[in-house]
Design a protein around this ligand. Structure first.
Ligand code: GPP
Ligand code: MG
Length: 286
């Protein structure tokens, strides 16, 4: 029998290795500068009204005001996601699938006091987030693991809730929801916030959506795939909210920031032409 090293067990395809490599190297100012505002590092976008007054006044501190405002909107998004997870308490255990540098997991622990496990295929992200857990003094309650969300190695029915905050576009949804369904307790809640393409616009992704795919090496799914894969895996939607209008102001502000990454115009085009939605889906495991 061949003994496989951990990386070989976690990363089972060349595609997954290339995605892991991207996130192991990623230190983009649009994420690091925003995280430095208060030490909570996100890998997702923002929602809510922009305070456009940040563009006015002293030029020397303008970028700092924009960075703070973008960070506030990303915090709003994570708060909104957590508010969809249902009634959770300190006795619960929950899973952040695709946990990045840990932002949403730490917010979940602060909000519910419960045990949070985060998983990522980026060893650098896992290390960063575990270092943060130590610094925050919550390492006993919030732990990050180098694991694959398609075969997460947790026992059956281990979790009361699971979420993906903008991480489903890297995986096959049928495989993902089969695995989530296995580790969710009956009556447990699943929530995702995701960018998905609009089946009504066309059966294939638009040019702007394809540009987003190329930028992040991901494969944005059509809206229909989410519901087909959920219903095939005992996940019954309870709430679906189109957050597209709520995220456009974030992108408009981000397009004016020095920390802009260059992908802003593709998001704005995709959302405004209707080929792409920013969606929250909450479902219960039956
Ligand atoms: C990254 O967030 C999010 C993704 C890679 C998923 C793509 C999301 C879609 C909705 C299509 P990030 O904070 O690392 O990205 P950025 O560096 O652009 O801020
Ligand atoms: Mg970001």
């Amino acid at each position: 029998m061949t003994v496989l090293d951990t990386a070989t067990q976690v990363l089972t395809t060349k595609y997954q290795r290339s995605v892991a490599d991207y996130w192991n190297k990623e230190k983009d100012p649009v994420n690091m500068r925003l995280g430095e505002v208060d030490g909570t590092y996100h890998h997702h976008y923002g929602i809510g009204d922009v305070d456009w007054s940040v563009l006015e006044g002293d030029e020397g501190t303008r970028e700092e005001r924009i960075v703070k405002e973008l960070h506030r909107l990303e915090g709003n998004q994570a708060d909104y996601l957590l508010s969809q997870l249902g009634d959770l308490g300190p006795e619960d255990r929950i899973l952040d699938a695709g946990s990045g540098r840990g932002g949403t997991s730490f917010m979940a622990n602060l909000r519910f006091g419960c045990q949070v496990d985060g998983i990522s295929i980026s060893e650098e992200q896992v290390k960063f987030a575990n270092d943060q857990a130590e610094e925050r003094g919550v390492a006993g309650k919030v732990a990050f693991h180098f694991r694959n969300m398609l075969h997460n190695d947790f026992p059956d029915a281990a979790f009361r809730a699971i979420w993906n905050n903008e991480s489903t576009m890297y995986v096959d949804l049928h495989k993902l929801f089969a695995e989530h369904s296995r580790v969710l307790q009956p009556g447990g809640r699943y929530v995702t916030i995701t960018g998905c393409y609009n089946d009504v616009h066309g059966r294939q992704p638009s040019r702007a959506v394809s540009q987003i795919d190329a930028h992040y090496i991901c494969d944005i799914h059509p809206r229909s795939d989410y519901f087909a894969a959920m219903s095939a895996n005992d996940l019954v939607p309870i709430s679906v909210v189109d957050l597209t209008a709520a995220t456009i102001p974030y992108w408009e502000l981000r397009a004016k920031a020095a920390v802009a990454s260059g992908i802003e115009s593709a998001f704005l085009t995709a959302y405004k032409e209707g080929s792409f939605h920013y969606l929250m889906i909450a479902a219960d495991k039956v």
